[in-house]
Write a protein that binds this ligand. Structure first.
Ligand code: NAD
Length: 353
């Protein structure tokens, strides 16, 4: 099993170090892996002049999975667009055709106070948002701004082909099968034909997944239900634009950015795994960063690319244990708990494993 490791910038290298210690501890007959480390983002710009060098592209293509820290920082903010660290991320997602974005939002009972919602509404929340990442109105043609009757008119095209809907639907049904076996497909079929097709195709796919209960919800209602009663959901699947908005809404239900992993998959479950947060330049190099989102991203890698569910669960349970024992990095600290740094948090997860 080949893992391409891209630590990136800012806190990236620090949090990655802890995730790699956890993976090393799980090495075994069923998990025999090699690591190839490469540059991405600002550190790649410094070394090679480009945020996604050829050597990194080669390593990423050759790997079964990619584990990424974070990219970016003030040092590179004034560079021309093509050299910005974020271009590296866009380039790798595009090159590897990562069309399925999986973002779990889990609120551990011990962190219930971090949410802006009432603890009884969110404590124990565990949902997964599956967002289509390479289609929809963000990529549809035609697009632009034109002159019409003496004024400017802006236009974009919402477009989904049956095959695009089918492949993201399949990822979502498979993910639901590995969890609570309930899938809610979110659309706007009362107004948009493209999403009527979305709903029709989801219903067709459901015939292959009789063990998964499929429901549908209009996006406006879904946005409301996510803050009213988020625990009603198990897996949600939706298009690129609705998913962009709903996945950010869902992640903020947990209130703690340092805890949220993500996965972006291609059609063969090759994946890019990364924390949802950025490179946190304000705390970089100080040993303060929370490594748990990256450690949980590594767990997702074991689940979705390597099919090692038991090992993924071991990591997730170790994280739960560490939180229950009161360990907190600064971002999730509250009175009465024990504040630790990045490495101590890694130590605690290893001990719990
Ligand atoms: P950020 O997520 O880096 O930081 C926001 C706040 O959360 C900061 O106060 C930071 O200290 C804190 N934080 C984030 N992750 C943390 C962690 N693991 N532990 C403890 N605290 C944590 O967002 P930002 O400040 O808007 O962006 C900083 C840089 O990161 C920018 O250059 C931005 O472009 C980049 N960025 C990269 C990604 C990515 O690599 N996927 C995502 C978002 C932002």
């Amino acid at each position: 099993m080949k893992i391409c490791v891209l630590p990136g910038d800012g806190i990236g290298p620090e949090i990655m170090e802890q995730a790699l210690r956890v993976l090393e501890a799980l090495r075994g007959d069923d998990f025999n892996f090699e690591v190839e480390t490469a540059l991405i983002g600002g550190s790649a710009v410094d070394a090679t002049g480009t945020p996604y060098p050829e050597a990194t592209s080669k390593a990423a293509k050759a790997a079964d999975a990619i584990l990424l820290g974070a990219v970016g920082g003030p040092k590179w903010d004034t560079l021309p667009r093509e050299q910005r660290p974020e271009r590296g991320l866009l380039a790798i997602r595009k090159e590897l055709n990562l069309f399925a974005n999986l973002r779990p939002a889990i609120l551990y009972p011990e962190l219930a106070n971090a949410s802006t919602l009432k603890p009884e509404v969110v404590a124990g929340l565990d949902i997964l948002i599956v967002r289509e990442l390479t289609g929809d109105i963000y990529f549809g043609q035609p697009r632009g701004v034109r002159e019409e009757n003496g004024e400017r008119v802006g236009f974009n095209t919402m477009v989904y082909s049956e095959s695009e809907i089918r492949r993201i639907g399949k990822v979502a049904f498979e993910a639901a099968r590995k969890r609570g076996k309930r899938l809610c497909s979110v659309d706007k079929m009362n107004v948009l034909e493209a999403t009527q097709l979305w709903r029709d195709v989801m219903i067709e796919i459901s015939a292959d997944y009789p063990d998964v209960e499929l429901s549908h919800m209009l996006v406006d209602n879904a946005a409301m239900q996510l803050v009213r009663a988020p625990k009603q959901f198990d897996v949600m699947v939706t298009g690129n634009m609705f998913g962009d908005i709903l996945s950010d809404e869902a992640s903020m239900l947990t209130g703690s950015i340092g805890m949220l992993p993500s996965a972006s998959l291609d059609a063969n479950n090759k994946g890019l795994y990364e924390p949802s947060h950025g490179s946190a330049p304000d705390i970089a190099g100080k040993g303060l960063a929370n490594p748990l989102a990256t450690i949980l991203s590594a767990a997702m890698m074991l689940r979705y690319t390597f099919n090692l569910e038991a090992k993924a669960l071991r990591i997730e349970n170790a994280v739960k244990k560490v939180l229950a024992a009161g360990y907190r990095t600064g971002d999730i600290y509250e009175a009465g708990t024990r504040q630790v740094g990045t490495k101590e948090m890694g130590d605690a997860v290893l001990a719990a494993l």
